[in-house]
Design a protein around this ligand. Structure first.
Ligand SMILES: [Mn+2]
Length: 326
């Protein structure tokens, strides 16, 4: 799926006509899902609407600074019972929002997303896989709606653009992304605040877990695959939630001449999350989809109903198959 201007126009007119809206991203929230939801909430409130942000999963400490820009509903009981639309941002499938089935069953949906794996099946969908972050889509939306951009909303959108591009390091760092980030800075976005919290911050526990995870580094298939692991025991010992260490996969990707970096996180004895990063050659979203997940060409992930040992075996086997047939 790529950009469709008609869906942008449709989404703008639906939101302009709405009076009460809930914004929600995905579980295991990141800077894009939170930054874009909070930014859109602020824009809708400034346009005189009743708008709420929901996030029914733990917000990682590095993104807590965003809460000063808007309150966030964190328990399902506090969700507004009847809204004109639930706007789902940065994911396309309802289970990923964490919303209870009893709640979603009676809602209408707008979906704003940039994942290639999104088929556009959720409500009024605006899927633009050319966008590097949903924050860019929100920026286009506010222009199309002719809504003003204040400095705090700009900071939320800057968080979204910066985090989804790995602070302007990943392959999705396009000229457009940089121009739009510059526009956000011109509007007063506090880039230093975002960098300090969302990028530089590392708790003692996180450093302890990185130390342990680096000890698990293994190379496979003629060094084409670099793999790191976080066990449940190590995460618990260090007092860190496994969802806080996703960027650890960058250590594996740093090794020259590897084709793909893998991070395995043991979430429960037979639940393992896998994060995949490629250097461009390999489309890892295809690998993730094979295991029921999704993502982007260079960054993707899946949750596997397997022990960490079984997940390691499956992932290496699948990657080797694809790499050797490329
Ligand atoms: Mn995103």
């Amino acid at each position: 799926m790529t950009t469709s201007n008609s869906s942008l126009v449709e989404v703008v007119s639906l939101l302009k006509a709405a009076t009460k809206v809930l914004l929600i991203g995905h579980v295991a929230p990141d800077g894009d899902s939170l930054g874009s939801s909070i930014a859109l909430c602020r824009l809708l409130r400034q346009a005189g609407k009743e708008a709420y942000v929901g996030c029914l999963d733990r917000i990682p400490p590095r993104y807590e600074f965003l809460l000063k820009f808007s309150p966030v509903i964190t328990v399902a009981e506090d969700l507004p019972p009847d809204v004109d639309f639930v706007v789902v941002l940065d994911c396309g499938d309802l289970p990923r929002t964490g919303l209870p089935l009893a709640y979603t069953a009676r809602q209408k949906f707008i979906n704003i997303d940039h994942h290639t794996s999104n088929t556009g099946a959720l409500g009024h969908a605006w899927v633009d896989s050319t966008a590097s972050a949903v924050g860019q889509q929100v920026l286009r939306l506010l222009d199309a709606a002719d809504w003003p951009l204040d400095k705090d909303t700009a900071t939320c959108l800057y968080t979204s653009l910066a985090t989804d591009s790995g602070f302007f390091r990943h392959g999705n760092t396009t000229p457009t992304l940089l121009r739009e980030a510059a526009r956000l800075l011109e509007c007063g976005a506090d880039a230093r605040l975002v960098v300090e919290h969302a990028f530089e911050r590392k708790s003692l526990g996180e450093l302890c877990l990185i130390q342990r995870a680096l000890g698990t580094l293994s190379l496979h298939d003629n060094n084409q695959i670099a793999l790191l692991e976080v066990s449940l025991v190590d995460a618990q010992d260090c007092g860190v939630q496994a969802d806080e260490v996703d960027e650890m996969v960058d250590f594996a990707r740093a090794i020259p001449d590897t084709a793909v970096a893998v991070l395995l996180k043991e979430m429960a004895p037979s639940v393992t999350k896998v994060s995949l990063r490629s250097k461009g050659m390999l489309d890892v979203s295809k690998i993730a989809e094979h295991f029921g997940g999704g993502g982007h060409r260079a960054a993707a992930g899946a949750t596997m109903p397997l022990s960490i040992d079984a997940a390691r075996h499956e992932i290496i086997r699948r990657l080797a198959e694809v790499l050797n047939n490329a």
